[in-house]
Design a protein around this ligand. Structure first.
Ligand SMILES: CC(C)(COP(=O)(O)OP(=O)(O)OC[C@H]1O[C@@H](n2cnc3c(N)ncnc32)[C@H](O)[C@@H]1OP(=O)(O)O)[C@@H](O)C(=O)NCCC(=O)NCCS
Length: 169
């Protein structure tokens, strides 16, 4: 990443209004792959409340003092039946900051913040995100990760797994 430094900050419920605004953009991007419609008022209205009630970790990313994206970490229990594995629930970079390695640096921040086993799930149809995750995970692990296809909720997913405590930093 060139230019201003990326700052990643873990935030609490006081940042909820900001997170909800960012989710509007994220869900709009994801609506292409999940076939989501806006509500009658034109918003997606993603409900962030459960994120603050459960064991999620929410991060905002800034380039200099400008918001550039966010990420939410959760548990992979729902997907793997193992609560000891962390899951990148959502990760988003605002469009003007894309292809500058902001997403890569944000992902690395999450994996370093929580050393241990990780799951990254990506919808097989979401080709840009799949390229991104393969590149980011591959670079981070030096190619020492597991990749397999899975069918969940009637959709095809790609699951990437690795242990960030085994990565030399
Ligand atoms: C996917 C996303 C997070 C990538 O963020 P980003 O900051 O632009 O990604 P980076 O600059 O760190 O990309 C790192 C590498 O990933 C790959 N990559 C990233 N975006 C890509 C794209 N649109 N198409 C193909 N490869 C891509 C490239 O190899 C890239 O390296 P390069 O730019 O040197 O070629 C961003 O596009 C986004 O927020 N998309 C919408 C939300 C989304 O799909 N999130 C993931 C949900 S699973």
């Amino acid at each position: 990443m060139s230019g201003q430094p990326l700052r990643v900050e873990r935030v609490g419920v006081e940042a909820d209004a900001t997170l909800r605004n960012l989710y509007e953009h994220y869900v709009h991007d994801m609506s292409e792959w999940f076939g989501l419609d806006v509500r009658a008022d034109g918003s997606f209205g993603y409900d962030t409340a459960p994120l603050w009630r459960s064991e999620h970790a929410v991060f905002l990313a800034r380039v200099g003092d400008r918001l550039a994206g966010f990420a939410v970490v959760g548990s992979a229990e729902k997907w793997l039946g193992d609560a000891g594995v962390r899951d990148v629930k959502d990760l988003f970079v605002l469009r003007r900051y894309r292809r500058r390695r902001v997403g890569d640096a944000l992902a690395v921040h999450l994996w370093n913040a929580f050393p241990g086993p990780w799951l990254v799930r990506v919808l097989a149809a979401n080709a840009p995100a799949l390229s991104f995750w393969r590149a980011a995970v591959g670079r981070y692990t030096g190619g020492r990760h597991d990749e397999r296809a899975a069918r969940d909720g009637g959709r095809d997913w790609i699951r990437l797994r690795f242990d960030s405590s085994a990565v030399t930093r």
